[in-house]
Design a protein around this ligand. Structure first.
Ligand code: F6R
Length: 364
Protein backbone atom coordinates (compact mmCIF):
# COMPACT_ATOMS: atom_id res chain seq x y z
CA UNK A 1 0.00 0.00 0.00
CA UNK A 2 0.97 3.65 -0.36
CA UNK A 3 0.67 4.15 3.41
CA UNK A 4 0.13 7.84 4.03
CA UNK A 5 1.92 8.84 0.83
CA UNK A 6 0.03 10.25 -2.11
CA UNK A 7 1.80 8.09 -4.67
CA UNK A 8 3.88 4.91 -4.76
CA UNK A 9 6.71 6.92 -6.23
CA UNK A 10 6.84 9.23 -3.22
CA UNK A 11 6.60 6.30 -0.82
CA UNK A 12 9.46 4.59 -2.62
CA UNK A 13 11.60 7.74 -2.59
CA UNK A 14 11.05 7.92 1.18
CA UNK A 15 11.89 4.24 1.68
CA UNK A 16 15.43 4.74 0.41
CA UNK A 17 17.25 5.18 3.75
CA UNK A 18 15.70 1.95 5.02
CA UNK A 19 16.09 -0.20 1.91
CA UNK A 20 19.65 0.98 1.23
CA UNK A 21 20.52 0.09 4.84
CA UNK A 22 18.81 -3.27 4.38
CA UNK A 23 20.79 -3.87 1.18
CA UNK A 24 24.10 -2.82 2.70
CA UNK A 25 23.58 -5.18 5.62
CA UNK A 26 24.08 -8.14 3.33
CA UNK A 27 27.29 -6.70 1.82
CA UNK A 28 29.08 -5.09 4.77
CA UNK A 29 29.99 -6.43 8.20
CA UNK A 30 29.92 -3.51 10.59
CA UNK A 31 31.42 -5.23 13.65
CA UNK A 32 34.86 -4.99 12.01
CA UNK A 33 34.00 -2.82 8.98
CA UNK A 34 34.81 -5.47 6.39
CA UNK A 35 33.21 -6.24 3.07
CA UNK A 36 31.07 -9.38 3.28
CA UNK A 37 29.94 -10.28 -0.24
CA UNK A 38 28.68 -13.63 -1.52
CA UNK A 39 31.63 -15.72 -2.68
CA UNK A 40 31.40 -16.64 -6.37
CA UNK A 41 32.31 -20.09 -7.67
CA UNK A 42 34.83 -18.51 -10.03
CA UNK A 43 38.06 -16.66 -9.23
CA UNK A 44 37.41 -12.96 -8.81
CA UNK A 45 41.12 -12.20 -8.94
CA UNK A 46 41.25 -13.70 -12.44
CA UNK A 47 38.76 -11.13 -13.78
CA UNK A 48 40.61 -8.91 -16.23
CA UNK A 49 37.76 -7.01 -17.77
CA UNK A 50 34.22 -6.00 -16.88
CA UNK A 51 31.32 -5.42 -19.27
CA UNK A 52 28.24 -3.73 -17.82
CA UNK A 53 24.93 -4.03 -19.64
CA UNK A 54 21.55 -2.61 -18.59
CA UNK A 55 18.72 -0.31 -19.72
CA UNK A 56 17.34 3.02 -18.55
CA UNK A 57 17.91 3.95 -14.95
CA UNK A 58 19.73 0.67 -14.30
CA UNK A 59 22.15 1.64 -17.08
CA UNK A 60 22.87 4.93 -15.30
CA UNK A 61 23.70 2.98 -12.13
CA UNK A 62 26.16 1.05 -14.31
CA UNK A 63 27.73 4.27 -15.57
CA UNK A 64 28.41 5.34 -12.00
CA UNK A 65 29.83 1.88 -11.23
CA UNK A 66 32.29 2.13 -14.11
CA UNK A 67 34.06 4.91 -12.22
CA UNK A 68 34.29 2.73 -9.13
CA UNK A 69 35.56 -0.41 -10.87
CA UNK A 70 38.22 1.58 -12.66
CA UNK A 71 39.20 3.64 -9.64
CA UNK A 72 39.29 0.89 -7.01
CA UNK A 73 40.00 -2.30 -8.93
CA UNK A 74 41.87 -0.78 -11.90
CA UNK A 75 39.95 -3.12 -14.20
CA UNK A 76 38.90 -1.80 -17.62
CA UNK A 77 35.14 -1.45 -17.91
CA UNK A 78 32.99 -1.42 -21.01
CA UNK A 79 29.41 -0.31 -20.66
CA UNK A 80 26.55 -0.38 -23.08
CA UNK A 81 22.79 -0.21 -23.19
CA UNK A 82 21.53 -3.74 -23.73
CA UNK A 83 19.71 -3.00 -26.98
CA UNK A 84 22.98 -1.75 -28.52
CA UNK A 85 25.26 -4.37 -27.02
CA UNK A 86 23.41 -7.17 -28.73
CA UNK A 87 23.68 -5.85 -32.22
CA UNK A 88 27.32 -4.95 -32.40
CA UNK A 89 30.07 -7.54 -32.38
CA UNK A 90 31.34 -7.18 -28.82
CA UNK A 91 34.79 -8.67 -28.18
CA UNK A 92 34.56 -10.94 -25.18
CA UNK A 93 37.98 -12.28 -24.25
CA UNK A 94 38.85 -14.79 -21.52
CA UNK A 95 38.76 -13.44 -18.02
CA UNK A 96 35.74 -11.28 -18.72
CA UNK A 97 32.91 -10.63 -16.30
CA UNK A 98 29.56 -9.31 -17.46
CA UNK A 99 27.50 -7.44 -14.90
CA UNK A 100 23.81 -7.10 -15.74
CA UNK A 101 21.82 -4.59 -13.70
CA UNK A 102 18.03 -4.81 -13.61
CA UNK A 103 15.28 -4.04 -11.15
CA UNK A 104 12.90 -6.59 -12.67
CA UNK A 105 15.49 -9.14 -13.79
CA UNK A 106 13.31 -9.70 -16.87
CA UNK A 107 14.13 -6.83 -19.27
CA UNK A 108 14.28 -8.62 -22.62
CA UNK A 109 17.36 -6.93 -24.09
CA UNK A 110 19.38 -7.26 -20.89
CA UNK A 111 18.45 -10.92 -20.55
CA UNK A 112 19.43 -11.57 -24.16
CA UNK A 113 22.80 -9.85 -23.57
CA UNK A 114 23.35 -12.08 -20.52
CA UNK A 115 22.65 -15.21 -22.56
CA UNK A 116 24.89 -14.10 -25.38
CA UNK A 117 27.81 -13.35 -23.04
CA UNK A 118 27.34 -16.62 -21.19
CA UNK A 119 27.48 -18.55 -24.44
CA UNK A 120 30.74 -16.71 -25.19
CA UNK A 121 32.27 -17.97 -21.94
CA UNK A 122 31.91 -14.85 -19.83
CA UNK A 123 31.17 -15.06 -16.11
CA UNK A 124 27.90 -13.35 -15.24
CA UNK A 125 27.05 -11.30 -12.16
CA UNK A 126 23.47 -10.05 -11.82
CA UNK A 127 22.43 -7.07 -9.69
CA UNK A 128 18.68 -7.60 -9.57
CA UNK A 129 15.81 -6.70 -7.28
CA UNK A 130 13.62 -9.73 -8.01
CA UNK A 131 15.46 -12.80 -6.66
CA UNK A 132 13.25 -15.26 -8.55
CA UNK A 133 13.74 -13.51 -11.92
CA UNK A 134 15.29 -15.02 -15.05
CA UNK A 135 18.50 -13.01 -14.68
CA UNK A 136 18.86 -14.06 -11.05
CA UNK A 137 18.50 -17.72 -12.05
CA UNK A 138 20.85 -17.61 -15.00
CA UNK A 139 23.73 -15.66 -13.45
CA UNK A 140 26.85 -17.25 -11.96
CA UNK A 141 26.83 -14.71 -9.14
CA UNK A 142 23.64 -13.19 -7.75
CA UNK A 143 24.02 -9.79 -6.08
CA UNK A 144 20.51 -8.94 -4.93
CA UNK A 145 19.26 -5.47 -4.09
CA UNK A 146 16.83 -5.55 -1.18
CA UNK A 147 14.67 -2.62 -2.25
CA UNK A 148 11.41 -4.55 -1.86
CA UNK A 149 8.75 -4.41 -4.59
CA UNK A 150 8.96 -1.26 -6.70
CA UNK A 151 5.48 -0.29 -7.91
CA UNK A 152 5.98 3.22 -9.32
CA UNK A 153 6.89 2.96 -13.00
CA UNK A 154 9.72 5.47 -12.52
CA UNK A 155 12.55 3.65 -10.78
CA UNK A 156 13.78 5.29 -7.58
CA UNK A 157 14.70 3.04 -4.66
CA UNK A 158 15.95 0.26 -6.96
CA UNK A 159 18.52 2.72 -8.35
CA UNK A 160 20.04 3.75 -5.02
CA UNK A 161 20.14 0.10 -3.90
CA UNK A 162 21.89 -0.84 -7.15
CA UNK A 163 24.50 1.83 -6.44
CA UNK A 164 25.03 0.46 -2.93
CA UNK A 165 25.60 -3.08 -4.24
CA UNK A 166 27.85 -1.94 -7.08
CA UNK A 167 30.05 0.16 -4.78
CA UNK A 168 30.49 -2.83 -2.46
CA UNK A 169 31.17 -5.16 -5.38
CA UNK A 170 33.75 -2.80 -6.94
CA UNK A 171 35.52 -2.63 -3.59
CA UNK A 172 35.34 -6.42 -3.31
CA UNK A 173 36.92 -6.88 -6.73
CA UNK A 174 39.64 -4.42 -5.73
CA UNK A 175 40.32 -6.46 -2.62
CA UNK A 176 40.44 -9.72 -4.58
CA UNK A 177 42.98 -8.16 -6.91
CA UNK A 178 45.16 -6.97 -4.03
CA UNK A 179 44.33 -3.33 -4.58
CA UNK A 180 42.62 -2.59 -1.30
CA UNK A 181 44.52 -2.90 1.97
CA UNK A 182 42.64 -3.54 5.23
CA UNK A 183 42.78 0.11 6.25
CA UNK A 184 41.38 1.26 2.92
CA UNK A 185 38.71 -1.42 3.10
CA UNK A 186 37.57 -0.23 6.53
CA UNK A 187 37.46 3.34 5.30
CA UNK A 188 35.37 2.46 2.23
CA UNK A 189 32.98 0.40 4.33
CA UNK A 190 32.55 3.28 6.77
CA UNK A 191 31.80 5.74 3.99
CA UNK A 192 29.27 3.40 2.41
CA UNK A 193 27.63 2.79 5.75
CA UNK A 194 26.99 6.54 6.01
CA UNK A 195 24.65 6.40 3.01
CA UNK A 196 21.35 5.70 4.83
CA UNK A 197 21.75 8.66 7.21
CA UNK A 198 22.79 10.91 4.31
CA UNK A 199 19.76 9.80 2.28
CA UNK A 200 17.60 10.62 5.24
CA UNK A 201 19.14 14.08 5.50
CA UNK A 202 18.57 14.60 1.75
CA UNK A 203 14.86 13.83 2.17
CA UNK A 204 14.59 16.82 4.50
CA UNK A 205 14.80 19.06 1.40
CA UNK A 206 11.48 17.83 0.09
CA UNK A 207 9.64 21.08 0.89
CA UNK A 208 12.43 23.27 -0.48
CA UNK A 209 12.24 21.34 -3.72
CA UNK A 210 8.46 21.43 -3.81
CA UNK A 211 8.64 25.22 -3.46
CA UNK A 212 10.82 25.50 -6.55
CA UNK A 213 8.85 23.10 -8.75
CA UNK A 214 7.19 26.05 -10.49
CA UNK A 215 10.55 27.22 -11.80
CA UNK A 216 10.70 24.06 -13.88
CA UNK A 217 7.04 23.18 -14.46
CA UNK A 218 6.54 25.94 -17.03
CA UNK A 219 9.69 25.21 -19.00
CA UNK A 220 9.64 23.51 -22.38
CA UNK A 221 13.20 22.23 -22.08
CA UNK A 222 15.41 21.55 -19.08
CA UNK A 223 19.11 20.70 -18.95
CA UNK A 224 20.90 18.73 -16.23
CA UNK A 225 24.68 18.97 -15.86
CA UNK A 226 27.12 16.87 -13.86
CA UNK A 227 30.69 15.63 -13.99
CA UNK A 228 32.46 12.39 -13.15
CA UNK A 229 30.30 9.98 -11.14
CA UNK A 230 27.65 12.69 -10.94
CA UNK A 231 27.30 12.92 -14.72
CA UNK A 232 25.08 9.79 -14.82
CA UNK A 233 22.95 11.53 -12.18
CA UNK A 234 22.35 14.34 -14.64
CA UNK A 235 21.15 11.74 -17.15
CA UNK A 236 18.98 10.13 -14.50
CA UNK A 237 17.50 13.51 -13.49
CA UNK A 238 16.58 14.24 -17.09
CA UNK A 239 15.06 10.78 -17.58
CA UNK A 240 12.94 11.08 -14.42
CA UNK A 241 11.64 14.48 -15.51
CA UNK A 242 10.82 13.32 -19.05
CA UNK A 243 9.09 10.17 -17.86
CA UNK A 244 6.68 11.62 -15.38
CA UNK A 245 6.25 15.31 -16.26
CA UNK A 246 6.61 14.99 -20.08
CA UNK A 247 8.95 17.97 -20.15
CA UNK A 248 11.81 17.60 -22.59
CA UNK A 249 15.02 17.27 -20.63
CA UNK A 250 18.62 16.37 -21.45
CA UNK A 251 21.50 15.39 -19.23
CA UNK A 252 24.99 16.44 -20.28
CA UNK A 253 28.52 16.04 -19.03
CA UNK A 254 29.21 19.58 -17.80
CA UNK A 255 32.34 19.82 -19.94
CA UNK A 256 30.39 19.01 -23.11
CA UNK A 257 28.23 22.14 -22.86
CA UNK A 258 30.60 24.26 -24.90
CA UNK A 259 30.70 21.61 -27.62
CA UNK A 260 27.17 22.30 -28.75
CA UNK A 261 24.33 22.35 -26.23
CA UNK A 262 25.23 25.78 -24.90
CA UNK A 263 23.60 27.10 -28.09
CA UNK A 264 20.26 26.18 -26.51
CA UNK A 265 20.75 28.38 -23.49
CA UNK A 266 18.48 31.34 -22.94
CA UNK A 267 16.43 32.54 -20.00
CA UNK A 268 13.62 30.05 -20.67
CA UNK A 269 15.77 26.94 -20.12
CA UNK A 270 16.32 25.99 -16.48
CA UNK A 271 19.71 24.31 -16.00
CA UNK A 272 20.02 21.97 -13.03
CA UNK A 273 23.66 21.66 -11.96
CA UNK A 274 24.69 18.72 -9.76
CA UNK A 275 27.97 19.69 -8.13
CA UNK A 276 28.93 18.31 -4.74
CA UNK A 277 32.08 20.01 -3.47
CA UNK A 278 35.11 17.85 -4.14
CA UNK A 279 37.84 17.41 -6.72
CA UNK A 280 35.59 18.16 -9.72
CA UNK A 281 33.69 21.08 -8.21
CA UNK A 282 35.72 23.96 -9.68
CA UNK A 283 35.49 22.53 -13.18
CA UNK A 284 31.74 22.11 -13.02
CA UNK A 285 31.31 25.61 -11.61
CA UNK A 286 33.23 27.13 -14.50
CA UNK A 287 30.86 25.35 -16.94
CA UNK A 288 27.95 26.65 -14.88
CA UNK A 289 29.28 30.20 -15.14
CA UNK A 290 29.48 29.88 -18.91
CA UNK A 291 25.78 29.05 -18.85
CA UNK A 292 25.02 32.02 -16.58
CA UNK A 293 26.99 34.38 -18.80
CA UNK A 294 24.51 33.50 -21.58
CA UNK A 295 21.46 34.24 -19.49
CA UNK A 296 20.89 30.64 -18.36
CA UNK A 297 18.85 30.14 -15.20
CA UNK A 298 20.78 27.82 -12.96
CA UNK A 299 19.52 25.72 -10.08
CA UNK A 300 22.60 24.60 -8.15
CA UNK A 301 22.45 21.41 -6.12
CA UNK A 302 25.53 21.26 -3.92
CA UNK A 303 26.51 21.24 -0.26
CA UNK A 304 27.07 24.18 2.10
CA UNK A 305 30.62 24.87 0.87
CA UNK A 306 29.56 24.57 -2.75
CA UNK A 307 26.56 26.87 -2.40
CA UNK A 308 28.67 29.41 -0.49
CA UNK A 309 31.32 29.36 -3.20
CA UNK A 310 29.09 29.41 -6.27
CA UNK A 311 25.45 29.98 -5.32
CA UNK A 312 25.41 33.64 -6.25
CA UNK A 313 23.62 34.33 -9.51
CA UNK A 314 21.62 31.09 -9.35
CA UNK A 315 17.83 31.26 -9.46
CA UNK A 316 17.70 28.65 -6.71
CA UNK A 317 20.07 26.51 -4.68
CA UNK A 318 19.63 23.29 -2.75
CA UNK A 319 22.12 22.83 0.08
CA UNK A 320 22.63 19.11 0.53
CA UNK A 321 24.46 17.45 3.41
CA UNK A 322 28.20 17.23 2.84
CA UNK A 323 29.00 13.62 1.97
CA UNK A 324 32.00 11.58 0.88
CA UNK A 325 32.32 11.51 -2.95
CA UNK A 326 31.72 7.73 -2.89
CA UNK A 327 28.13 8.14 -1.74
CA UNK A 328 27.35 11.44 -3.47
CA UNK A 329 25.70 9.71 -6.47
CA UNK A 330 23.30 7.93 -4.11
CA UNK A 331 22.51 11.02 -2.07
CA UNK A 332 22.11 13.35 -5.07
CA UNK A 333 19.60 10.92 -6.58
CA UNK A 334 17.10 12.12 -3.96
CA UNK A 335 16.77 15.78 -5.05
CA UNK A 336 16.50 14.83 -8.74
CA UNK A 337 13.77 12.31 -7.93
CA UNK A 338 11.90 14.80 -5.76
CA UNK A 339 12.21 17.55 -8.33
CA UNK A 340 10.72 15.33 -11.05
CA UNK A 341 7.97 14.26 -8.67
CA UNK A 342 6.94 17.78 -7.65
CA UNK A 343 7.10 19.12 -11.20
CA UNK A 344 4.84 16.27 -12.32
CA UNK A 345 2.42 17.06 -9.48
CA UNK A 346 2.41 20.71 -10.51
CA UNK A 347 1.57 19.63 -14.06
CA UNK A 348 -1.07 17.18 -12.90
CA UNK A 349 0.31 14.13 -14.70
CA UNK A 350 -0.15 10.54 -13.53
CA UNK A 351 3.01 10.04 -11.51
CA UNK A 352 2.75 6.32 -10.86
CA UNK A 353 1.45 5.33 -14.30
CA UNK A 354 3.02 7.67 -16.86
CA UNK A 355 1.64 7.40 -20.38
CA UNK A 356 3.25 4.96 -22.82
CA UNK A 357 5.44 3.27 -20.20
CA UNK A 358 5.46 -0.24 -18.74
CA UNK A 359 7.15 -1.24 -15.50
CA UNK A 360 8.85 -4.24 -17.01
CA UNK A 361 9.96 -4.21 -20.65
CA UNK A 362 9.81 -7.83 -21.74
CA UNK A 363 9.66 -7.11 -25.46
CA UNK A 364 12.67 -6.06 -27.50
C1 F6R B 1 13.19 4.63 -15.48
C2 F6R B 1 12.85 3.22 -15.58
C3 F6R B 1 13.35 2.43 -16.75
C4 F6R B 1 14.01 1.14 -16.25
C5 F6R B 1 14.43 0.25 -17.43
C6 F6R B 1 15.16 -0.99 -16.97
O1 F6R B 1 12.59 5.23 -14.38
O2 F6R B 1 12.19 2.70 -14.73
O3 F6R B 1 14.27 3.19 -17.51
O4 F6R B 1 15.11 1.48 -15.45
O5 F6R B 1 13.29 -0.11 -18.15
O6 F6R B 1 14.37 -1.82 -16.18
P1 F6R B 1 15.00 -2.95 -15.30
O7 F6R B 1 15.87 -2.31 -14.29
O8 F6R B 1 13.85 -3.70 -14.69
O9 F6R B 1 15.82 -3.83 -16.23
Amino acid sequence: SKGNHRHYMLKEIYEQPVVVAQTLRSYLRRMDDQLALPVPDFDLDAIRRVTIVACGTSYYAGMVAKYWFEQFARVPVDIDVASEFRYRAPVMADGGLMIVISQSGETADTLAALRHAKAEGQKIAAVVNVPTSSMAREADLLLPTHAGPEIGVASTKAFTCQLAVLAAFAANLARAKGRLNPGEERELVRHLAEAPAALNAALAYDETIEAMADLVAHARDVLYLGRGPDYPLALEGALKLKEISYIHAEGYAAGEMKHGPIALIDDTVPVIVLAPSGPLFEKTVSNMQEVQARGGKVVLISDYDGVQAAGEGCIATITMPKVHPLIAPMVYAVPVQLLAYHVALAKGTDVDQPRNLAKSVTVE
